[in-house]
Design a protein around this ligand. Structure first.
Ligand code: MN
Length: 577
């Protein structure tokens, strides 16, 4: 059917028919059987969900996108329906699925946010608006830093916006082969740079793995194909040794009275490739697998008992053991990771988690959204104190220049992080190589601004000393020691970079202002007039305002940089009012 505002602008009758059809869809009078698999999946998770609302949203989206095609030649509606299905399979709430179905309507059709709000309510409208704004910045000319800023802001408003964006990207990558090659690379690279770090931060490993592999396929096609071939060869090999390990472990866990499932999980392709540094020679069933122990009792003690059993069976590689239960990762992931050596000399990974944490460790934040009713779900995703990284990003993103923000966020979201502690024992996660200054600015901007020195594990260290994993750090403040340009050469976090740059700029302004003021004072003195009098009478401030400067310092700084002519200014200051 013809769309209003297109070639048929003059044709009022067609417009009216189009809007009437939209009304029918919006009122639930349109029956489209293709939405039913989505409805069934959603009801499987949420038996009392409002299926009619989902059908209505689908019918509206179907009508709005009518006549549009994907690059694959399929009707456009297949895309929002697939995005909603990805989210339904994760158990997301109804409002998120409705927003997913409608996520491209405001951008690509005559539908407005106002109409959307009237039809589907505020919650859905906020999400669609968030996704639309993200899309504009991702495909527009805005710098990557700006895009990042928008992602952070969208996440702050409602993390479900980011989840929709992730599912949207998963489907776009699944159908990326229909795009021209230069676009394939651009979209895959953008996903790797901007979206995968967020997927990891949100703990949504289920989607992150698929995104990893899709980006791998388009960015490193040769390595990707080689990895597929090597994996297939490994799959075809005799698995009896690996099965023996699993049987052995089951028996020993039973002896230790730990009720647990022991499963073999295949690594995803990108992980197979990167975990061996790209060396694909002699891959065997152990190399492409991880053994996953899921203890049934919701008690971490069972995890440690299981770990003891595992380390009793096989020698662990100490440097590879990670305790994400006692020292949690920056996201919601809680598990024990160990790498052990089999008697055959083969090395393999074992993960130990509780069944209750298993869902969280796979789906991250989504585990909370799906379990909550809509209102609680919203709170669950917007006010999570354990998502400290998000709180921190929000705290400083407003002051950062877009380029700094991007650089900072990339480091902050990078995979190499360490854990340090405040004197009170609070965790502070920092990128590897971070210094006491990074620590100070991460904890609080005032601490960074007032930085005088640092005690690391009780010893005074220099400002550029890299901190070590597990350090306890105490920041000493007071005095007037910083900042210095050289600090920018060794800090690792965006927070520190932004804080130092801001203070340097402030100090430069003060110095320039002092210099400008001296020149004004000297010029006035030549005429027998005291600047202090001109200032205290209020005349100087009035002149500054009239010339468009917020205060006297800004005016003096302009004199210092010769943006204001000294002679003109003196004339203005002496002019009779
Ligand atoms: Mn889309």
């Amino acid at each position: 059917m013809a769309k209003p505002g297109s070639a048929d602008r003059a044709d009022g009758a067609a417009d009216r028919m189009w809007w009437r059809a939209l009304n029918d869809a919006s009122a639930g009078r349109v029956v489209l059987p293709e939405v039913e698999p989505l409805v069934r999946e959603h009801l499987r998770w949420h038996p009392h969900a409002d299926a009619a609302l989902l059908r209505r949203a689908h019918a509206v989206a179907h009508h709005l996108h009518d006549g549009q095609l994907r690059k694959s030649g399929e009707p456009y509606i297949t895309h929002p329906r697939a995005v909603a299905t990805i989210l339904a399979e994760l158990g997301m709430d109804t409002a998120t699925l409705v927003a997913a179905l409608l996520h491209d309507t405001v951008e690509d059709t005559p539908f407005t946010i106002g109409q959307l709000r009237a039809d589907f309510g505020d919650e859905v409208a906020v999400m669609v608006d968030g996704v639309t704004k993200l899309d504009r910045s991702m495909y527009g000319e805005a710098a990557a830093g700006e895009t990042f800023r928008k992602m952070v802001l969208a996440a702050a408003a409602d993390l479900r916006v980011l989840l929709i964006k992730l599912a949207d990207r998963v489907h776009n990558l699944r159908t990326l082969r229909f795009q021209p090659p230069h676009k394939q690379r651009k979209i895959a690279q953008g996903t790797r740079d901007l979206l995968i770090p967020f997927a990891e931060r949100l703990g949504v490993y289920h989607l992150k793995r698929e995104l990893d592999d899709l980006c791998f396929e388009f960015l490193e096609p040769e390595a990707y194909r080689a990895t597929v071939a090597a994996r297939d060869t490994a799959r075809a090999q005799d698995r009896s040794e690996l099965d023996g390990v699993v049987e052995h472990l089951r028996a020993v866990l039973a002896e230790f009275r730990v009720k647990a499932d022991v499963l073999v999980k295949e690594r995803h392709l990108h992980s197979i490739h990167s975990s061996r540094g790209g060396d694909l020679a002699n891959l065997d069933p152990f190399a492409i697998s991880r053994i996953s122990v899921v203890v049934k009792r919701d008690d971490y003690r069972d995890c440690y008992i299981a770990l003891g059993a595992i380390h009793g069976l096989w020698r662990p590689l100490p440097a590879r053991f990670k305790d994400f239960i006692a020292v949690p990762k920056y996201n919601l992931y809680r598990a024990l990771h160990t790498v052990v050596v089999h008697s055959s000399g083969r090395v393999f990974d074992v993960l130990v988690r509780t069944a209750a944490e298993y869902r969280v460790s796979e789906f991250g934040l989504i585990a909370y959204v799906a379990d909550a009713t809509s209102a609680d779900g919203r709170r669950a995703v917007t006010h999570r104190p354990d998502l400290e990284w998000l709180r921190r990003l929000l705290a400083w993103q407003g002051q950062a220049d877009a380029q700094d923000l991007l650089a900072g966020v990339r480091t902050d979201l990078g995979p190499d992080s360490m854990v340090t502690f405040t004197r009170e024992g609070d965790l502070v996660t920092l990128p590897k190589g971070a210094t006491p200054l990074d620590f100070a600015y991460t904890v609080a901007p005032e601490l960074g601004d007032g930085y005088m020195g640092a005690l690391v594990d009780g010893r005074l260290v220099s400002v550029s000393t890299p901190l070590r994993d597990g350090s306890k750090v105490e920041i000493l403040t007071g005095g007037d020691s910083g900042p210095s340009e050289s600090w920018l050469t060794f800090v690792k976090t965006g927070q520190a970079r932004v804080g130092i740059t801001r203070r340097l700029a402030r100090r430069r302004l003060e110095e320039t202002a002092a210099h400008g003021r001296t020149r004004v004072a000297a010029e006035l003195l030549d005429r027998g007039i005291d600047l202090i009098e001109v200032e205290s009478s209020g005349v100087a401030t009035a002149v500054a305002r009239r010339l468009g400067y917020p205060d006297l310092d800004a005016l003096y700084a302009a004199v210092g940089t010769e943006n204001v002519d000294l002679g003109d200014l003196v004339t203005a200051l002496l002019a009779p009012r």
